[in-house]
Design a protein around this ligand. Structure first.
Ligand SMILES: [Zn+2]
Length: 506
């Protein structure tokens, strides 16, 4: 197993070659990937985890090629046409049956292999972020003309899950075990709540356990909660008028937004500690001498408890109504997204953690070391680079972001995992994250995730008591009276939510 001691240290040399050696190698791999589908090699018996790990090691180049393609396209939410098509093709080539366009979302799909119980699902994401852009080099270098990037590493997320399910499918075939392995292609994680629509459509109803992971700057399988979220755009409608000559005839929609924001800011004193409320004014008029007849403000409310989010959101709506009344305007709002906080299943996390320890941390060679040492100069000193090779201790965590995995986790027992795909100290949604996700630094972290997910699925197929324990803990966690009601209500998938922001990836 790799350890800190196996890392090769090379002296830092300040260079900015273009393309880098890692990028060059990955471009070659990307060109090869479509020519060599996963099942082109003979099916050797893969009856143990070690066999599956060896299979994934042998396919590292192909997986890196898939990740590199998706990284290059950097398609944003609900516009991941090429990325989803590539993953679908790889799954079909590996013998999976693919159902495309599920839940009324063209880029959502479900791929299935095997039959019978248990049904184990692995989630794959592949959407990029708009408004950020970076080449796969360790210094700040935007790519000209490109308006999006994989700054959350979802190119790696979808691809590690691809490798894992193909490895498991081969293991199922070799061992003759009963069971179904599925890949859920889940678009628009970044603000589009893609998984919520897939949950709402009942696509997870017959699944026994869901495994997922996320790129990060450390290897971690601890149980914990994040935050539930509900977001909405509040729109105010007033009366336009000359702001100096006839202000009495105007009713300012911007006044309403400001009054609403003021009330929301006062509300912060009277909500539970862990609450997060944030907003941006997305429209506030266009000229000071025109009383704005339209203004819009976009709010997020977050809290660990989905029911608390619901109640604080209702208070915000009341404040918006009050602001409209007091300013002589009218108000309507559109819920944009919403997801539950994660329901942690400690017993399932223990299985993931044991397997992560078996797989070991990320093992860098000289090119990754050099890349990491260069990028580290732009990051905090802690944690040290050596932590990429280590596994974080198993302990309870409260984190303060949100994910649409939350709704899945209240529907099916769901585990999570993080691996060091970024240089330690890198935050999500940064150029440093986007850069690493486009190199072998990201690929090597992705390989750790693929193996850990595959090993975990193998344990669940092999030992029904682990699935039963997860189910029992899940039922207890939800409580007997739980009834799933999506925070985003009955709205349709906002397929165009990125259309005004950006054109599809280059
Ligand atoms: Zn993400």
């Amino acid at each position: 197993m790799p350890s800190a001691a196996t890392l090769i240290r090379t002296p830092f040399v300040a260079t900015h070659t273009h393309p880098t050696p890692t990028r060059f190698a990955r471009t070659l791999l990307a060109a090869l990937v479509l020519a060599s589908p996963f099942l082109a090699s003979p099916l050797s018996a893969q009856k143990t985890k070690q066999d599956v790990a060896a299979f994934l090691d042998g396919r590292f180049g192909q997986l890196s090629g898939v990740a590199d393609q998706i990284w290059g396209w950097a398609e944003v939410g609900y516009m991941e046409t090429k990325s989803s098509a590539l993953l679908e093709k790889e799954l079909e080539d590996a013998g999976f049956t693919v159902t495309r366009g599920v839940a009324d979302i063209p880029t959502a799909f479900v791929a299935s292999y095997g039959s019978g119980k248990p049904v184990i699902a692995v989630l794959g994401e592949y959407d990029a972020l708009p408004g950020i852009n970076q080449d796969s080099v360790p210094t700040r270098d935007p790519v000209e003309g490109k308006g999006s990037a994989h700054a959350c590493g979802h190119n790696l997320l979808g691809t590690a899950s691809l490798g894992a399910v193909i490895g498991v499918a081969r293991w199922l075939k070799a061992t003759g075990k009963s069971g179904t392995i599925r890949y859920y292609g889940t678009p628009a994680e970044e603000g589009g709540s893609g998984k919520v629509y897939m949950v709402r459509a009942g696509l997870f109803d017959d699944v026994d356990a869901v495994l997922t992971w996320h790129p990060g700057d450390r290897n971690n399988a601890s149980p914990g909660k994040n935050l539930a979220v509900k977001s909405a755009k509040f729109r105010f409608h007033g009366i336009a008028s000359h702001a100096a000559a006839a202000p009495d005839r105007g009713r300012s929609a911007l006044d309403a937004v400001e009054a609403f924001d003021y009330m929301a800011n006062m509300m912060r004193e009277h909500v539970p500690q862990e609450t997060r409320i944030h907003y941006v004014i997305t429209s506030g008029g266009s000229a000071p001498n025109v009383v704005p007849d339209f203004a819009e403000v976009y709010y997020y409310v977050r809290h660990p408890d989905p029911e608390m989010v619901r109640s604080i959101f209702d208070r915000l709506v009341a404040a918006a109504e009050g602001a409209a009344k007091g300013t002589g305007t009218t108000m309507d709002y559109e819920v944009m997204g919403g997801s539950y906080s994660r329901l942690p299943i400690a017993s399932l996390q223990e299985v993931v953690y044991d397997n992560l320890k078996q797989v070991g941390g990320v093992s860098w060679g000289a090119p990754e070391e050099k890349f990491a040492e260069t990028i580290k100069k732009t990051l905090p000193a802690e944690p040290p680079l050596s932590s990429a090779a280590e596994i974080q201790p198993f302990e309870w965590e409260q984190t303060y972001a949100s994910s649409d995995v939350g709704d899945v986790s209240w529907t099916v027992p769901t585990s999570t995992l993080g691996t060091a795909t970024w240089v330690p100290g890198t935050a999500a949604h940064t150029w440093q994250a986007a850069a690493a996700a486009g190199t072998s630094v990201g690929d090597k972290g992705m390989l750790v995730a693929a193996k850990t997910l595959a090993f975990t699925a193998i344990d669940l197929f092999s030992d029904p008591s682990k699935v039963a324990a997860a189910r029992a803990e899940f039922e207890k966690g939800r409580g007997p009276d739980f009834k799933y009601q999506p925070l985003l209500g009955d709205r349709k998938p906002p397929l165009e939510y990125r259309a005004s922001v950006i054109k599809p990836g280059s």
